[in-house]
Ligand binder design. Sequence first.
Ligand SMILES: [Zn+2]
Length: 339
Amino acid sequence: MSAAPVLLHHPSSLDHDTGAHPEQPARIVAIERELVSRDYLGFERVGSPAVERSVLEAVHPARHIELIERVAARGGARIDADTVVSAGSFTAAQHGCGGAVSLVDRLLDGRAPTGFSIHRPPGHHAAAERAMGFCLFNNIAVAARHALDAHGLERVMIVDWDVHHGNGTNDLFHAEPRVLFCSIHQSPLYPGTGPASDVGSGEGRGFTVNMPVAPGSGDREFRSLVDHVVVPLARAYAPQLLLISAGFDAHADDPLADCRVTDDGYAAMARSLRGVADELEVPVGAVLEGGYALDALARSVAATMAVLGGVALTEDGVGVADVSGQALERLADFWPGLA
Ligand SMILES: [Zn+2]
Protein backbone atom coordinates (compact mmCIF):
# COMPACT_ATOMS: atom_id res chain seq x y z
CA MET A 1 0.00 0.00 0.00
CA SER A 2 2.95 2.31 -0.51
CA ALA A 3 1.80 3.49 -3.95
CA ALA A 4 0.02 6.83 -4.15
CA PRO A 5 -3.74 7.06 -4.59
CA VAL A 6 -4.71 7.93 -8.13
CA LEU A 7 -6.91 10.68 -9.61
CA LEU A 8 -8.27 10.00 -13.10
CA HIS A 9 -9.40 13.06 -15.03
CA HIS A 10 -9.33 14.54 -18.54
CA PRO A 11 -9.89 17.99 -20.06
CA SER A 12 -12.60 16.62 -22.38
CA SER A 13 -14.94 16.80 -19.36
CA LEU A 14 -15.10 20.55 -20.06
CA ASP A 15 -16.25 19.99 -23.66
CA HIS A 16 -19.58 18.39 -22.72
CA ASP A 17 -21.52 21.61 -23.31
CA THR A 18 -24.93 21.50 -21.65
CA GLY A 19 -25.76 25.20 -21.93
CA ALA A 20 -27.67 26.72 -19.00
CA HIS A 21 -27.81 23.55 -16.92
CA PRO A 22 -26.89 22.49 -13.38
CA GLU A 23 -24.67 19.72 -14.76
CA GLN A 24 -22.16 22.19 -16.19
CA PRO A 25 -18.41 22.41 -16.90
CA ALA A 26 -18.05 24.77 -13.90
CA ARG A 27 -18.46 21.70 -11.67
CA ILE A 28 -15.13 20.34 -12.86
CA VAL A 29 -13.50 23.77 -12.70
CA ALA A 30 -14.60 24.15 -9.07
CA ILE A 31 -13.30 20.71 -8.12
CA GLU A 32 -9.96 21.18 -9.88
CA ARG A 33 -9.50 24.61 -8.30
CA GLU A 34 -10.10 23.19 -4.83
CA LEU A 35 -7.73 20.28 -5.48
CA VAL A 36 -4.99 22.55 -6.82
CA SER A 37 -5.22 24.62 -3.63
CA ARG A 38 -4.70 21.41 -1.68
CA ASP A 39 -1.90 20.11 -3.91
CA TYR A 40 -4.18 17.26 -5.05
CA LEU A 41 -4.00 15.76 -1.56
CA GLY A 42 -1.09 13.56 -2.57
CA PHE A 43 -2.98 11.85 -5.38
CA GLU A 44 -1.09 10.92 -8.54
CA ARG A 45 -2.85 12.63 -11.46
CA VAL A 46 -3.43 10.53 -14.56
CA GLY A 47 -5.13 11.53 -17.83
CA SER A 48 -8.01 9.14 -18.45
CA PRO A 49 -7.84 7.19 -21.70
CA ALA A 50 -10.92 6.84 -23.90
CA VAL A 51 -12.73 3.61 -23.12
CA GLU A 52 -12.16 0.71 -25.50
CA ARG A 53 -15.25 0.11 -27.60
CA SER A 54 -15.47 -3.56 -26.65
CA VAL A 55 -15.45 -2.66 -22.95
CA LEU A 56 -18.21 -0.10 -23.49
CA GLU A 57 -20.22 -2.60 -25.54
CA ALA A 58 -20.21 -5.07 -22.66
CA VAL A 59 -22.81 -2.77 -21.05
CA HIS A 60 -24.27 -0.63 -23.85
CA PRO A 61 -25.49 -2.07 -27.19
CA ALA A 62 -23.68 -0.72 -30.25
CA ARG A 63 -26.81 1.11 -31.43
CA HIS A 64 -26.91 3.20 -28.23
CA ILE A 65 -23.22 4.07 -28.50
CA GLU A 66 -23.62 4.94 -32.17
CA LEU A 67 -26.62 7.13 -31.42
CA ILE A 68 -24.61 9.27 -28.99
CA GLU A 69 -21.69 9.33 -31.44
CA ARG A 70 -23.93 10.38 -34.33
CA VAL A 71 -25.76 13.09 -32.40
CA ALA A 72 -22.44 14.55 -31.22
CA ALA A 73 -21.00 14.43 -34.74
CA ARG A 74 -24.02 16.41 -35.98
CA GLY A 75 -23.28 19.11 -33.43
CA GLY A 76 -25.52 17.89 -30.64
CA ALA A 77 -29.15 17.74 -29.55
CA ARG A 78 -31.29 17.36 -26.50
CA ILE A 79 -31.89 13.63 -25.78
CA ASP A 80 -34.69 14.27 -23.29
CA ALA A 81 -35.94 17.14 -21.14
CA ASP A 82 -32.73 17.31 -19.10
CA THR A 83 -30.11 15.27 -20.96
CA VAL A 84 -27.98 17.04 -23.52
CA VAL A 85 -25.48 15.82 -26.12
CA SER A 86 -23.13 18.48 -27.54
CA ALA A 87 -20.39 18.22 -30.16
CA GLY A 88 -17.85 17.34 -27.46
CA SER A 89 -20.06 14.99 -25.46
CA PHE A 90 -19.18 11.69 -27.09
CA THR A 91 -15.46 12.25 -26.51
CA ALA A 92 -16.12 13.42 -22.95
CA ALA A 93 -18.26 10.36 -22.23
CA GLN A 94 -15.66 8.01 -23.70
CA HIS A 95 -13.02 9.43 -21.38
CA GLY A 96 -15.46 9.36 -18.48
CA CYS A 97 -15.95 5.63 -18.92
CA GLY A 98 -12.25 5.20 -19.62
CA GLY A 99 -11.38 6.94 -16.36
CA ALA A 100 -13.57 4.60 -14.34
CA VAL A 101 -12.21 1.54 -16.17
CA SER A 102 -8.62 2.68 -15.76
CA LEU A 103 -9.28 3.30 -12.07
CA VAL A 104 -10.42 -0.32 -11.72
CA ASP A 105 -7.38 -1.58 -13.62
CA ARG A 106 -5.02 0.40 -11.39
CA LEU A 107 -6.73 -0.70 -8.20
CA LEU A 108 -6.78 -4.37 -9.18
CA ASP A 109 -3.21 -4.62 -10.44
CA GLY A 110 -1.91 -2.92 -7.31
CA ARG A 111 -0.71 0.31 -8.89
CA ALA A 112 -2.92 2.32 -6.54
CA PRO A 113 -4.58 1.43 -3.23
CA THR A 114 -7.45 3.82 -3.80
CA GLY A 115 -8.53 6.47 -6.24
CA PHE A 116 -11.14 8.79 -7.70
CA SER A 117 -12.33 9.20 -11.29
CA ILE A 118 -13.60 12.75 -11.75
CA HIS A 119 -15.44 13.34 -14.99
CA ARG A 120 -18.62 14.60 -16.51
CA PRO A 121 -21.14 13.63 -17.78
CA PRO A 122 -22.09 11.46 -14.79
CA GLY A 123 -23.31 7.91 -15.37
CA HIS A 124 -25.54 6.17 -12.85
CA HIS A 125 -28.89 6.98 -14.50
CA ALA A 126 -27.80 5.65 -17.91
CA ALA A 127 -29.51 2.38 -18.79
CA ALA A 128 -28.19 -0.09 -21.35
CA GLU A 129 -30.06 1.54 -24.21
CA ARG A 130 -31.12 4.87 -22.80
CA ALA A 131 -29.36 8.11 -21.91
CA MET A 132 -31.24 9.96 -19.15
CA GLY A 133 -30.82 12.12 -16.07
CA PHE A 134 -27.75 13.99 -17.42
CA CYS A 135 -26.05 10.58 -18.08
CA LEU A 136 -24.99 9.14 -21.43
CA PHE A 137 -22.99 6.01 -20.55
CA ASN A 138 -22.96 4.32 -17.14
CA ASN A 139 -19.35 4.85 -16.12
CA ILE A 140 -19.38 2.83 -12.91
CA ALA A 141 -21.35 -0.04 -14.46
CA VAL A 142 -18.90 -0.25 -17.36
CA ALA A 143 -16.04 -0.32 -14.85
CA ALA A 144 -17.70 -2.97 -12.67
CA ARG A 145 -18.49 -5.13 -15.71
CA HIS A 146 -14.84 -4.78 -16.76
CA ALA A 147 -13.78 -5.98 -13.30
CA LEU A 148 -15.86 -9.13 -13.84
CA ASP A 149 -14.93 -9.74 -17.48
CA ALA A 150 -11.26 -8.73 -17.66
CA HIS A 151 -10.12 -9.38 -14.11
CA GLY A 152 -12.32 -12.37 -13.36
CA LEU A 153 -13.73 -10.92 -10.16
CA GLU A 154 -16.68 -12.73 -8.60
CA ARG A 155 -17.80 -10.09 -6.12
CA VAL A 156 -17.88 -6.34 -6.75
CA MET A 157 -19.73 -4.01 -4.39
CA ILE A 158 -21.07 -0.64 -5.54
CA VAL A 159 -22.19 1.88 -2.93
CA ASP A 160 -24.20 4.72 -4.49
CA TRP A 161 -24.58 7.70 -2.15
CA ASP A 162 -25.79 10.13 -4.82
CA VAL A 163 -29.09 11.66 -3.64
CA HIS A 164 -30.85 10.23 -6.70
CA HIS A 165 -31.46 6.53 -7.15
CA GLY A 166 -28.91 4.98 -9.50
CA ASN A 167 -31.58 3.35 -11.63
CA GLY A 168 -29.21 2.54 -14.48
CA THR A 169 -26.75 0.65 -12.31
CA ASN A 170 -29.64 -0.94 -10.39
CA ASP A 171 -31.15 -2.35 -13.59
CA LEU A 172 -27.90 -3.36 -15.30
CA PHE A 173 -26.98 -5.69 -12.42
CA HIS A 174 -30.51 -6.57 -11.29
CA ALA A 175 -30.05 -10.31 -11.88
CA GLU A 176 -26.27 -10.36 -11.27
CA PRO A 177 -25.10 -11.75 -7.90
CA ARG A 178 -21.50 -10.86 -8.75
CA VAL A 179 -22.36 -7.20 -8.24
CA LEU A 180 -23.88 -6.09 -4.93
CA PHE A 181 -25.51 -2.71 -5.58
CA CYS A 182 -26.41 -0.59 -2.53
CA SER A 183 -28.06 2.79 -2.93
CA ILE A 184 -29.01 5.49 -0.42
CA HIS A 185 -31.27 8.03 -2.07
CA GLN A 186 -33.98 10.56 -1.32
CA SER A 187 -37.56 9.46 -1.95
CA PRO A 188 -39.65 10.86 -3.43
CA LEU A 189 -37.25 12.30 -6.01
CA TYR A 190 -36.18 11.80 -9.62
CA PRO A 191 -36.16 9.20 -11.18
CA GLY A 192 -38.77 7.69 -8.86
CA THR A 193 -37.24 4.20 -8.76
CA GLY A 194 -35.45 2.35 -5.96
CA PRO A 195 -38.05 1.35 -3.37
CA ALA A 196 -36.75 -0.85 -0.57
CA SER A 197 -38.86 -3.65 -2.04
CA ASP A 198 -36.65 -3.72 -5.15
CA VAL A 199 -34.10 -6.33 -4.08
CA GLY A 200 -32.97 -7.61 -7.47
CA SER A 201 -34.27 -10.51 -9.53
CA GLY A 202 -33.42 -14.08 -10.49
CA GLU A 203 -30.00 -15.09 -9.25
CA GLY A 204 -29.49 -11.47 -8.24
CA ARG A 205 -32.24 -11.46 -5.59
CA GLY A 206 -30.77 -9.96 -2.44
CA PHE A 207 -27.88 -8.36 -4.31
CA THR A 208 -29.71 -5.07 -4.87
CA VAL A 209 -30.16 -3.10 -1.66
CA ASN A 210 -32.22 0.06 -1.93
CA MET A 211 -32.34 2.43 1.02
CA PRO A 212 -34.65 5.37 0.30
CA VAL A 213 -34.54 8.21 2.85
CA ALA A 214 -37.01 11.04 3.41
CA PRO A 215 -36.39 14.62 2.30
CA GLY A 216 -34.51 16.40 5.08
CA SER A 217 -32.29 13.42 5.84
CA GLY A 218 -28.72 14.35 6.65
CA ASP A 219 -25.51 13.05 8.13
CA ARG A 220 -27.27 10.98 10.80
CA GLU A 221 -29.40 9.04 8.33
CA PHE A 222 -26.81 8.60 5.60
CA ARG A 223 -24.04 7.62 7.96
CA SER A 224 -26.29 5.32 9.93
CA LEU A 225 -27.19 3.40 6.79
CA VAL A 226 -23.54 3.18 5.79
CA ASP A 227 -22.36 2.04 9.22
CA HIS A 228 -25.25 -0.23 10.14
CA VAL A 229 -26.25 -1.68 6.77
CA VAL A 230 -23.57 -1.16 4.13
CA VAL A 231 -20.55 -2.01 6.29
CA PRO A 232 -22.07 -5.23 7.70
CA LEU A 233 -23.16 -6.16 4.18
CA ALA A 234 -19.59 -5.67 2.98
CA ARG A 235 -18.35 -7.98 5.71
CA ALA A 236 -20.93 -10.60 4.73
CA TYR A 237 -20.38 -10.32 0.98
CA ALA A 238 -16.60 -9.94 1.12
CA PRO A 239 -16.26 -7.99 -2.14
CA GLN A 240 -12.97 -8.14 -4.03
CA LEU A 241 -13.43 -4.51 -5.06
CA LEU A 242 -15.44 -1.68 -3.49
CA LEU A 243 -16.66 1.11 -5.75
CA ILE A 244 -18.47 4.29 -4.72
CA SER A 245 -20.94 6.05 -7.01
CA ALA A 246 -19.97 9.34 -5.43
CA GLY A 247 -22.56 12.02 -6.03
CA PHE A 248 -22.60 15.02 -3.73
CA ASP A 249 -26.13 16.27 -4.31
CA ALA A 250 -27.38 15.09 -0.91
CA HIS A 251 -25.41 18.09 0.40
CA ALA A 252 -27.39 20.66 2.37
CA ASP A 253 -26.44 23.34 -0.17
CA ASP A 254 -27.49 21.39 -3.25
CA PRO A 255 -30.22 22.98 -5.36
CA LEU A 256 -31.66 19.77 -6.85
CA ALA A 257 -32.66 17.84 -3.73
CA ASP A 258 -33.72 18.30 -0.11
CA CYS A 259 -31.18 16.38 1.98
CA ARG A 260 -28.75 17.88 4.49
CA VAL A 261 -25.48 15.99 4.32
CA THR A 262 -22.43 18.11 5.21
CA ASP A 263 -18.82 18.03 4.05
CA ASP A 264 -18.04 16.12 7.25
CA GLY A 265 -20.85 13.69 6.51
CA TYR A 266 -19.25 12.72 3.21
CA ALA A 267 -15.90 12.35 4.93
CA ALA A 268 -17.55 10.15 7.55
CA MET A 269 -19.14 7.86 4.95
CA ALA A 270 -15.84 7.63 3.09
CA ARG A 271 -14.06 6.84 6.35
CA SER A 272 -16.44 3.97 7.09
CA LEU A 273 -16.12 2.54 3.60
CA ARG A 274 -12.37 2.89 3.53
CA GLY A 275 -12.28 1.29 6.97
CA VAL A 276 -14.15 -1.82 5.91
CA ALA A 277 -12.17 -2.02 2.68
CA ASP A 278 -8.94 -1.95 4.70
CA GLU A 279 -10.35 -4.58 7.02
CA LEU A 280 -11.19 -6.80 4.02
CA GLU A 281 -7.89 -5.88 2.36
CA VAL A 282 -9.58 -4.78 -0.85
CA PRO A 283 -9.15 -1.58 -2.85
CA VAL A 284 -11.77 1.16 -2.92
CA GLY A 285 -12.38 3.61 -5.73
CA ALA A 286 -14.86 6.44 -6.26
CA VAL A 287 -16.49 7.64 -9.47
CA LEU A 288 -18.05 11.11 -9.58
CA GLU A 289 -21.81 11.28 -10.15
CA GLY A 290 -23.90 14.38 -9.30
CA GLY A 291 -23.39 17.42 -7.08
CA TYR A 292 -24.57 20.84 -8.22
CA ALA A 293 -23.70 23.35 -5.50
CA LEU A 294 -20.26 24.22 -6.83
CA ASP A 295 -18.47 25.15 -3.60
CA ALA A 296 -20.04 22.32 -1.60
CA LEU A 297 -19.25 19.88 -4.39
CA ALA A 298 -15.60 20.91 -4.53
CA ARG A 299 -15.15 20.79 -0.76
CA SER A 300 -16.95 17.46 -0.41
CA VAL A 301 -14.93 15.82 -3.19
CA ALA A 302 -11.76 17.02 -1.47
CA ALA A 303 -13.01 15.78 1.91
CA THR A 304 -13.74 12.36 0.41
CA MET A 305 -10.36 12.22 -1.32
CA ALA A 306 -8.58 13.24 1.88
CA VAL A 307 -10.13 10.24 3.63
CA LEU A 308 -9.63 7.78 0.77
CA GLY A 309 -6.04 8.95 0.38
CA GLY A 310 -5.41 8.50 4.07
CA VAL A 311 -4.60 12.06 5.09
CA ALA A 312 -7.79 12.54 7.14
CA LEU A 313 -8.46 9.29 8.91
CA THR A 314 -9.07 10.71 12.36
CA GLU A 315 -12.58 10.52 13.78
CA ASP A 316 -15.00 13.34 13.18
CA GLY A 317 -17.87 14.85 15.12
CA VAL A 318 -20.65 13.24 13.11
CA GLY A 319 -22.71 11.02 15.37
CA VAL A 320 -23.56 7.45 14.51
CA ALA A 321 -27.23 7.12 15.29
CA ASP A 322 -28.92 3.82 14.57
CA VAL A 323 -31.97 4.54 12.46
CA SER A 324 -31.42 1.56 10.22
CA GLY A 325 -33.51 -1.10 11.97
CA GLN A 326 -36.13 -1.27 9.24
CA ALA A 327 -33.55 -1.60 6.50
CA LEU A 328 -31.94 -4.47 8.37
CA GLU A 329 -35.26 -6.25 8.85
CA ARG A 330 -35.88 -6.19 5.12
CA LEU A 331 -32.49 -7.73 4.48
CA ALA A 332 -32.99 -10.60 6.90
CA ASP A 333 -34.33 -12.93 4.20
CA PHE A 334 -31.16 -12.62 2.17
CA TRP A 335 -28.50 -11.82 4.76
CA PRO A 336 -29.55 -13.74 7.88
CA GLY A 337 -26.42 -12.88 9.82
CA LEU A 338 -27.02 -9.14 9.73
CA ALA A 339 -30.28 -8.45 11.54
ZN1 LIG B 1 -27.81 12.87 -8.34
